[in-house]
Design a protein around this ligand. Structure first.
Ligand SMILES: Cc1cc2nc3c(=O)[nH]c(=O)nc-3n(C[C@H](O)[C@H](O)[C@H](O)COP(=O)(O)O)c2cc1C
Length: 492
């Protein structure tokens, strides 16, 4: 690459130099003919702008070419891990440009770049302390990308390649829908937050199934990790490759029968999913959150589980089913959800979606008045509290479920929210460092896996290796040998 740039630079310099010589020659002719008696008609005396290459300029060009070639030669001698680290760090340079763009346009650009593979690929193996087994699958690390970033499964491979332990696509609705009018995503960078009222903009289950089907085949071909488990052997990674893929299902805005929407999602997409999520907690689809009520939730989960279980499954069995809940729930709501989750052996809860609350810490910002769900740093404490409550409500039963390995059931409480500060400088670096430990805090509060969106939107790819490194360091510092030992450590 560096050599190509250097050649292009030299070619351009030579071309300009040749033009310069020609011009010089032409102007000499002009002066000759201009003063000769035979010359006619004499052209107007307009001085030509002739590019001038000073000695300084030539030195500068030479030094640049030398540096490029030298840099390239040096880069080719470093090991893959160092080079990979450089690439991830280099993505930080792009963040400020994204910050100037309209949030939805920046998001579109990021998804397109990941879909085309214009993002760094994590070549460094994850620290072994981060590896864990959930639902009979081996995750190389517990840090995932939350739903809403890749709503239409355009960039699964690129996103997994960034080093996420898992990527959740969606929410996908049965019928394509545009979502709410734009603008519908708002940044609060100083507060480390986003407000969105997207309203499930989705290309629909058929388009997503086509895409996932094509990617599934390609990823399967490229990897040998998809071999069926032998006996009790744990599957390394997901169905189609080393990375785990979650599919998050939503309902259409105008649909009267929510359960039928989720069932359609299961029928069309579950064959590609390593886990499925029923999203009943987006604040931007009218009536959706009412599905979290005890009776509604019970009916819904039963229907969805039924639809999944009546499909034909190989040795691996059906994908686990998770429910994603809101952070704006009363104690009674939480108890109801916990009862249903335990009774129906739901495989996991994702805590949590965005909040409709506006904490005091963001009220000074006029953007906080925008309607929609708030995510990011201001959500951290309230969602951690819900996580703690849910962990305690389901803890005893989780143990039973975990022991019941024959059914292949285990439960993961998955929690979002991390924040990464993109400004550089000593103070902000200290601040950033404190917040990188958020993943560890969530795990100690009861989460087995963590996922994030807002932090990734601000921090970009460079954030992922940092979170993983910090998490591994925290576990080692506190004497844990694995993630499992740290899950729920706050209550021991
Ligand atoms: C722009 C945007 C779109 C989102 N879309 C979805 C979605 O379609 N489905 C869903 O379950 N969650 C969606 N979410 C919620 C995130 O998945 C996540 O649960 C939430 O943002 C809290 O995590 P965070 O603080 O790490 O961002 C969206 C969030 C944002 C910011």
């Amino acid at each position: 690459m560096a050599i190509r740039v250097a050649f292009k630079f030299m070619r351009e310099s030579l071309r300009r130099k040749t033009k310069f010589d020609e011009n010089k020659c032409n102007s000499r002719q002009y002066f000759c003919t201009g003063f000769s008696e035979t010359a006619q008609p004499s052209p107007p005396l307009i001085p030509k702008t002739v590019p001038h290459f000073s000695k300084k300029g030539r030195l500068f060009t030479g030094a640049t070419i030398g540096l490029l070639i030298g840099g390239f030669a040096y880069a080719s001698t470093v090991d893959e891990a160092t080079f990979c680290g450089w690439l991830f760090s280099a993505t930080k340079l792009v963040n400020p440009f994204f910050a100037f763009m309209d949030p939805e346009f920046a998001h579109r650009l990021a998804v397109s770049a990941a879909a085309r593979g214009w993002v760094p690929i994590e070549k460094r193996p994850d620290p072994s302390i981060l590896g864990l087994e959930v639902w009979g699958r081996r995750f190389s690390n517990p840090v995932g990308l939350s739903a809403g970033f890749d709503k239409n499964a355009e960039a699964v491979e690129g996103l997994l390649g960034l080093g996420f332990g898992f990527v959740e696509v969606g929410s996908v609705t049965p019928v394509p829908q545009d979502g709410n009018p734009k603008p519908r995503i708002f940044r609060l960078p100083k507060e480390g937050a986003i407000i969105n009222r997207c309203g499930f903009n989705s290309e629909g289950i058929v388009a997503v199934a086509k895409r996932l089907g094509a990617q599934h085949g390609k990823r399967k071909l490229e990897t040998s990790s998809t071999a069926s488990p032998v006996g009790d052997e744990v599957v390394q990674g997901g169905k189609a490759g080393p990375g785990i893929l979650g599919v998050n299902l939503g309902k259409n805005k105008t649909s009267e029968d929510a359960a039928s929407d989720y069932v359609q999602g299961v029928h069309t997409l579950s064959q590609y999913a390593d886990y499925l999520v029923i999203n009943i907690s987006s604040p931007n689809t009218p009536g959706l959150r009412q599905l979290q009520g005890r009776k509604q939730l019970k009916d819904l989960v039963k229907k969805v589980q039924g639809a999944r279980d009546e499909m034909q499954w190989g040795e691996e069995g059906p994908p686990p089913l998770l429910v994603k809940i809101a952070p704006d729930l009363s104690k009674q709501d939480l108890e109801d959800i916990a009862r249903v989750a335990i009774a129906l052996r739901v495989d996991g809860l994702i805590i949590s979606n965005t909040t409709i609350q506006r904490p005091d810490t963001i009220r000074h910002n006029p953007v906080s008045e925008e309607t929609g769900g708030l995510s990011g740093k201001p959500l951290f404490d309230s969602s951690t509290n819900i996580l703690k409550e849910m962990y305690l409500l389901t803890k005893l039963h989780l143990k039973v479920i975990f022991l019941d390995a024959y059914l292949g059931i285990s439960t993961a409480l998955i929690r979002n929210t991390l924040f990464y500060n993109l400004h550089l400088g000593k103070d902000s670096f200290d601040w950033l460092w404190r917040h990188l430990q958020d993943a560890y805090k969530k795990i100690r509060a009861g989460a087995t896996l963590v996922q994030l969106y807002t932090a990734f939107a601000y921090g970009g790819p460079a954030l992922i290796p940092k979170i993983k490194a910090e998490l591994a360091q925290c576990l080692e510092r506190d004497g844990y040998k694995s993630i499992y030992e740290a899950v729920g450590a706050d209550y021991r």
